[in-house]
Design a binder for this molecule. Structure first.
Ligand SMILES: *[C@@H]1O[C@H](CO)[C@@H](O)[C@H](O)[C@H]1NC(C)=O
Ligand SMILES: *[C@@H]1O[C@H](CO)[C@@H](O)[C@H](O)[C@H]1NC(C)=O
Ligand SMILES: *[C@@H]1O[C@H](CO)[C@@H](O)[C@H](O)[C@H]1NC(C)=O
Ligand SMILES: *[C@@H]1O[C@H](CO)[C@@H](O)[C@H](O)[C@H]1NC(C)=O
Ligand SMILES: *[C@@H]1O[C@H](CO)[C@@H](O)[C@H](O)[C@H]1NC(C)=O
Ligand SMILES: *[C@@H]1O[C@H](CO)[C@@H](O)[C@H](O)[C@H]1NC(C)=O
Length: 223
């Protein structure tokens, strides 16, 4: 009688233990809260858990668009791998677009019991674009212009200096000439003066110096 009661108790215990093992709690592994992926890149989200026996896993995504949220089941085959009793299901997204942004999570289904993982928020972003929308050729032109300006900024003061020196030189020469003319009591512009004519007629004498006649259109007097 006593042994029978013990047997029943043991049987209950065994059944209970089997039940506990079979309906083992699912332990959700930590999810990566969020990933940030630039547009047109590949992304991968995963959900990991341990225990639970036979569990059906499917991916779903929450999206907020146009002030309305949507929940979509993803039918893609999830890649599964496991180690140390931890099972991970990966969901890959190729060439992500801005509208792929959303919270990706796993539905764990086991004998009518459903469990959702915390999920990973996938944020697809557009990398910061150029500050100014300038084409490459325009950029090159700007660089060339910069070079030319730089060259000019070096050349212009030099040219100015040269011009200044030349002007000074001319002024000096002019002053010397004017001084010579002053000795003759004449203006530089009044070349057709009586003085010149007198000088000319003197030079046209019989003993004139031929070397001094350059630039002077003087007809030699015929005897
Ligand atoms: C994304 O994945 C596809 C196929 O797996 C591959 O052809 C492509 O090069 C990948 N793109 C990037 C940006 O890694
Ligand atoms: C946003 O939603 C409103 C109504 O819910 C709709 O009329 C509108 O066309 C939507 N806009 C876009 C860009 O989907
Ligand atoms: C599953 O594979 C991914 C890479 O594909 C790796 O990052 C992850 O750690 C693996 N999970 C387990 C439990 O081995
Ligand atoms: C997401 O955007 C791409 C283009 O940016 C478009 O081709 C695709 O149909 C969109 N998908 C959804 C679900 O709206
Ligand atoms: C898991 O999925 C398979 C088919 O996809 C189905 O036959 C099975 O009943 C599912 N198991 C649970 C526990 O939902
Ligand atoms: C110079 O003087 C001569 C005669 O005195 C005159 O014929 C000639 O036109 C004058 N030339 C000028 C440029 O004034």
């Amino acid at each position: 009688m006593f042994s029978f009661t013990l047997f029943i108790l043991l049987a209950y215990l065994l059944t209970y233990l089997l039940y506990v093992v079979a309906t083992q709690e699912i332990h959700l592994d930590k999810d990566i809260p969020a990933i940030h992926v630039p547009i047109n890149h590949n992304a991968s989200v995963k959900c990991c858990f341990s225990g639970g026996g036979e569990v059906n896993v499917s991916w779903a995504v929450y999206k907020v668009h146009n002030r309305t949220s949507s929940y979509t089941n993803l039918n893609n085959k999830a890649l599964k791998n496991s180690s140390n009793g931890i099972v991970c299901h990966n969901h890959a997204l190729n060439w992500v677009q801005l509208n792929d942004t959303g919270l990706y999570l796993c539905n764990l289904l086991r004998k009518g019991e459903e469990l959702k993982t915390h999920g990973t928020y996938l944020h697809v972003y557009r990398p910061i674009e150029k500050f100014l929308p300038i084409s490459e050729s325009a950029k090159n032109n700007i660089l060339t212009m910069e070079g030319v300006l730089l060259l000019l900024s070096v050349l212009i003061p030099g040219i100015c200096q040269l011009a200044k020196a030349k002007t000074q030189n001319n002024l000096d020469r002019k002053r010397v000439k004017e001084e010579e003319n002053l000795y003759e009591g004449l203006n530089l512009d009044e070349c057709n003066s009586t003085y010149h004519q007198i000088q000319r007629s003197q030079r046209q004498g019989p003993y004139q110096d031929v070397g001094c006649l350059i630039d002077e259109d003087i007809q030699l007097e015929k005897p």
